[in-house]
Design a protein around this ligand. Sequence first.
Ligand code: ADP
Length: 472
Amino acid sequence: MSLKKVIRFQNTLAFRLTLWYAGIFTVSSCIAFLLFYMLITSVIRGRTDQDLLNQVNRFSAILVTEGVEAVKSVAVIEAQAAGVKKVFFRFVDLNGQAFSSSNMSYWQDIGIHKSALQQLLRGNNYVFETISIPNRGEEVRILYAMLSPTVILQVGQAMESYSRFLDAFQGIFITTMTLLIVVAAGVGWFMARRAVSGIEAITQTAQKISGGTLEERVPVKTRGDEIDQLAITFNQMLDRIQTLLSEIKEMNDNIAHDLRSPITRIRGIAEVTLTSEKSLSAYESMAASTIEECDRLLDMINTMLMISKAESGVYKLSLQEIDLTGLVRDACELFRTTAEDKGITLSFDEPGETHLVGDTHMIQRMLSNLLDNAIKYTPSGGSVTVSIMENEAQVVISFKDTGCGISPSDLPRIFERFYRCDQSRSQTGIGLGLSLARAIARAHGGDIQVASSLNQGSTFTVTLPKSLPSQT
Ligand code: ADP
């Protein structure tokens, strides 16, 4: 493996998780072992100390009842019975001079500690100490005790079996721990790999997407864990991006198409004027047509800008108290002639005064767009009815027509920019009116709903709060 690969491997999440897992496992096992070791040590030492004290108590009792000689001979017998390499007894006077002992040939290196004697003379009943015998690596637990006011007993017990036990314990621990750490690292690695495999799939998908294939999706397992949630969210985000991109593409195509028609017309007018008679009236007519086409273009571009501003919240609404009934009445009056010319009955179920806080100009545009559509898409002999309802918090304006209606497949798309249903292509329009109307309603904290049946008519319902949410 090259150095670069090693560094990359060390930086992987799986490697670091494994390291943490194995590290925490090792440290906590060592702490547990240390505590256990200390507990065992203190239990064994406590037991040894208790044995030594029992011995001293027995000797004290014998001394009181049978005298010092009896104690000496019992000590010799007991040391032999236990094994001269295991126990020794030594009788010492107050000056630290030994005057009797069991067989001390094995314990020659053990002396009498002055400090222990001094502690006894100061009033301590007994003094314990642990001595390591040089060259033998063996430990002895020793107890000094006052048998009588003039006799001190030094009794020692080899800790050999105790050391053997602890050595065995350490050996077992080290072997077990080595095995366990290897197993723990293996298990940790497996678990970490399993956990991050989902992330790797997401990374691979993201890499493929950067390579240009937006159709790629992350495979979702059925574990339902956080990684699955991430994969689902990631896929949803991709769906959304894909839809947005195709919408943008479609919109670009529409814009290109809608810009091309007036520009082609302007060019055509200019060309015809140039190639035909060059009279003043022909130039005037060309200029007038050019202005008309340019106005249409400008209107379309301004509408698009206004939709973007209203949708993104950049457009600063000029808010004021509006007499909505009056505004709708005026809008109906404005369209009355158009409706009559087309043979359509336009009626307004006028309620009493209704008020709301909003941007008059924007709301006028919204009302005009909806009224214009209702009249435009209703054939002669039909009717358009406008009504207003209100409750404490909001007003609902509805535009009901008996026009061509909208098919269920078109219905979800009519608010998209430039979207036009097939059956309405014969009518003038560029497909921005509803987008703008909804953007205005939403900018006011409201919305527009539509219900429609093909060839029977449509009802557009605008819901607007009486005051904007931030003002309540
Ligand atoms: P347009 O300029 O085409 O009228 P709109 O955004 O106002 O653009 O409307 C989008 C499409 O929704 C229209 O092309 C038409 O197909 C459909 N539409 C809107 N209003 C009505 C209506 N009242 N009745 C039937 N179809 C409608």
